[in-house]
Design a protein around this ligand. Sequence first.
Ligand code: NAP
Ligand code: ZN
Ligand code: ZN
Length: 351
Amino acid sequence: MPTQAKAYGAASASSKLAPLQIPRREPGPTDVEMDVLFCGVCHSDVHTARGEWPGTVYACVPGHEVIGRVTRVGAKVTKLKAGDVGAVGCMVDSCRACPSCRKGLEQFCQTGATFTYNSPDRHLGGHTYGGYSSRIVVDEAFTLRVPSGLDLAATAPLLCAGITTYSPLRHWKVGAGQRVGVVGLGGLGHMGVKFARAFGAHVVLFTTSPAKVADGLRLGAHEVVVSTDPAAMAARAGSLDFILDCVSAQHDLNAYLALLKVDGTLCLVGVPEKPLSVHAFSVIMPRRNFTGSCIGGIAETQEMLDFCAKHGIVSDIELIPIQQINEAWNRMIKQDVRYRFVIDMASLKQA
Ligand code: NAP
Ligand code: ZN
Ligand code: ZN
């Protein structure tokens, strides 16, 4: 029998987030139950809860950057034990048998991965509820170990913003000798800057916010370009090997494709609500690649966390009580996030 947990969620696309109760299953033999300590706030939470992407089911309880304290584990669990700190990212299950799952690319599971929120729940029916909640129960295969020594609140955003930027930079082998652009200094973008720098690339940050220039340099960019300055953009034409586009809203892709060298690659990780247009000349003359990437598999997420522990990388965060979540969302939409909101879930006890 499931038990009830406290959560914050949206009753409809136009509702503010408000307290509600959700069911959580009793841990089965391979399950880990955690009390949620911290949950990062991703722009995908807003896109989903506000119905900006197709397919949202209500009530919608977002949150997929979860750091938790393990309370109970099933008899077969070996990865974590009661009292440990564990983590959950964007997925809680997949078929584990298809070619994508077997390659560790569970996010591309051919039967559809079970995402942490707004996916059909394979156990309870209905749909999954995310980390804006007091408690979560997840199969151990989809939990992560949190290496010691990391600040736990600042580690939460690594579970989505971290892996979503780490994975494409690794896949396209970004490193020393390359000039890499990162577009948009929000949650994803600031992690993209940190990782591209840590991998040895020359990092050029593009922002629409002149007030973020100093932060961009502090976070690791070698150069910061205010993208509304046509002369600064023209000066970088044809100069970059790779661009990671982390923008959450409509913007002109052609302006960024023009910055790539021959055979350079622009990888989209931002998911604006409406389609973006690419002019044929942007990719044929000269030859350029336009692609995308979605989070990262579980093994790669663990690799990323271990890399962060080794290199002392965490997010720059603003810790909020859950009672401030609606205001935090509005600030994020207005590009006023420095650079990830993280909810201190102890505040939910007062909700
Ligand atoms: P965020 O913190 O809100 O950052 C987005 C940044 O985009 C803003 O800080 C801003 O940077 C820039 N921006 C916003 N509105 C803009 C506009 N109208 N024109 C130009 N630039 C604008 O969001 P996030 O959490 O990093 O997420 C970014 C996007 O990635 C979202 O669409 C999210 O859903 C998506 N996402 C995708 C994946 C994936 O697996 N592919 C995973 C997680 C998130 P400046 O102020 O520097 O311009
Ligand atoms: Zn996310
Ligand atoms: Zn699969």
